[in-house]
Design a protein around this ligand. Structure first.
Ligand code: NDP
Length: 341
């Protein structure tokens, strides 16, 4: 049995979903209510691999909302994640992905120190961040979607916003080692971590977002922003490929420009329909087949019976692990989401 711990992208989103699912008493509630709401299993899932193998899973809604971070409700935020993990373990789930901000909160607030949640002793080997698969899928999206647009990577400048993060650093490592990308622009706020990354890569320019955007043919967005930002598409190169892997999205609004192409980053498409309802709630275009790559990682680990925290900690994603998860991803019928033809 695999598990997915997820959350909605904003209070407004949570209220809409509650109304849609027939919980009007949740729909009218503010942040205080969500801060005290317990985790819930809201979906039971069946997935069939391209090999014919079938597995089952559960989706655990943690009731975390990004506003909790913006409003300094840190205790509530951390409690949501740790309680959702205990809930997953209590229900006998072998391997659970910590989706979106769940793993960011786990790492940033040192939740590995909390092992005991009421009568549950958390076994961290049963959880994975899913970030190895997410980073692998974003790299394949860079390679394949650039080809769709006729952008030659050997001549292209790729900017990574959130470059020092777990996913961002893995993307930089891959692009550096496995592609002939012409130039890498590294964007984040902490300068020391940026310099450490540049030293590790042996290349890359450290620039602010404002400096980097007009220079980039491709922008990979993997910054942990609780709320998306607005950018002016007329300041970008044409064509420009924007791969937005943030959850919530790093880009606040869908850019309307004929030569700026925005791709939903870190999303995979399965070759067969999945029996679940959760992906329509997070507004996937094809909810039966499209999903977050981090969730797919827990499915892959279940298919392969790899009951281990495959992705864990920060900035430890290796190219070997990306290759391995990439191979099993293809074997079981997942492929990176690309631009519509
Ligand atoms: P990390 O916390 O490891 O890294 C976040 C990165 O973003 C750091 O480099 C951080 O550096 C940077 N950052 C944060 N805020 C800003 C800002 N305002 N401007 C520029 N850089 C910023 O996060 P992850 O790598 O785990 O996750 C990144 C994103 O991917 C998140 O939105 C997450 O929800 C999403 N995600 C998507 C998945 C999918 O399946 N599609 C799966 C898992 C995560 P600094 O603090 O120095 O600025």
């Amino acid at each position: 049995m695999f598990g997915l711990i997820g959350h909605l992208t904003s209070l407004e989103h949570a209220q809409l979903v509650a109304r849609d699912l027939g919980y009007p008493e949740y729909a009218d509630q503010g942040l205080d209510f969500w801060c005290s709401a317990p985790p819930q299993i809201v979906d039971h899932i069946k997935v069939t691999s391209a090999t014919g193998q079938q597995i089952e899973g559960k989706y655990v809604e943690s009731c975390f909302l990004p506003e909790m971070l913006a409003n300094r409700r840190i205790k509530a935020a951390t409690r949501k994640i740790i309680n959702a993990m205990a809930h997953a373990q209590k229900h006998g789930i072998n391997i659970t992905a910590l989706g979106g901000f769940s793993s960011i909160i786990f790492e940033n607030f040192n939740l590995s120190q909390i092992k005991q949640v009421r009568d549950i002793t958390l076994d961290f080997a049963r959880f994975t961040t899913g970030n190895t698969h997410t980073a692998y899928i974003i790299c394949r999206q860079v390679e394949q979607a650039s080809r769709q647009l006729g952008i030659d990577l050997a001549k292209a400048t790729v900017a990574v916003c959130g470059a020092t993060g777990d996913i961002g650093s893995a993307v930089c490592r891959w692009l550096n080692a496995k592609t002939d990308v012409n130039d890498l622009l590294l964007i984040a706020r902490d300068q020391e971590r940026l310099h450490t990354l540049r030293d590790e890569l042996g290349r890359g320019k450290i620039l602010s977002l404002e400096e980097a955007l007009p220079l980039a043919d491709i922008v990979v967005w993997v910054a942990s922003m609780p709320k998306g930002i607005e950018i002016d598409p007329t300041t970008l190169k044409q064509p420009c490929l924007m791969i937005d892997g943030g959850y919530p999205k790093n880009l606040a609004t869908r850019l309307q420009h004929p030569h700026v192409f925005v791709l939903n980053g870190g999303i995979v498409e399965h070759s067969l329909d999945i029996e679940w309802k959760i992906m329509s709630i997070v507004n996937m275009d094809v909810p039966a087949r499209q999903l977050f790559a981090c969730f797919a990682e827990s499915m892959l680990l279940e298919f392969e019976k790899l009951y281990t925290n495959f992705s864990w900690g920060r900035n430890q994603i290796t190219l070997e692990k990306m290759d391995l998860i990439g191979q099993v991803s293809q074997k079981h019928g997942f492929r990176p989401l690309l631009l519509p033809c």
